[in-house]
Design a protein around this ligand. Structure first.
Ligand code: SF4
Length: 128
């Protein structure tokens, strides 16, 4: 499925990390296709809006029920941890490159990635 490209891409904050580590694995074929599509879109450095709740990726995730995630509490905690670490807020519009640099400086360079999502099922693939 092709996803409509809007000017600003809605992204829940912790998905910035997932995209950083993405190697073609995911919850379903449709989800992997969406991740692949989004990775490509982000190469042109669009504006992203940091959102709470579901985003452009969740729309293709089998864990999404209607408008919400079946494990919202856990993923909201990941979002909150990343926002705190990067000193960003929900609703902030920022270009992808800037967001990536902020994650690099304040999360990866500081060795703090493991604090954000240690109980995620994909952690062993991302925590390298
Ligand atoms: S461990 Fe899970 S939440 Fe964390 S970056 Fe990897 S896929 Fe995303």
């Amino acid at each position: 499925m092709m996803h409509e490209t809007s000017k600003t891409i809605a992204l829940r904050p912790h998905h910035g990390l997932c995209l950083h580590f993405f190697i073609g694995l995911g919850y379903s074929e449709r989800f992997v296709q969406r991740m692949t599509w989004l990775q490509k879109e982000l190469e042109r450095n669009p504006l992203i809006e940091l959102v709470s709740g579901t985003d452009v990726l969740c729309d293709a995730c089998p864990n999404t029920q209607g408008e919400s995630c079946s494990d919202e509490k856990r993923f909201s905690a990941y979002d909150a941890a990343l926002l705190k670490m990067t000193a960003l807020q929900t609703g902030r519009v920022i270009c992808w490159q800037q967001f990536k640099e902020r994650m690099q400086e304040r999360v990866f360079d500081e060795g703090r990635f493991h604090e954000i999502c240690p109980d995620c099922q994909w952690h062993e693939f991302c925590h390298k």
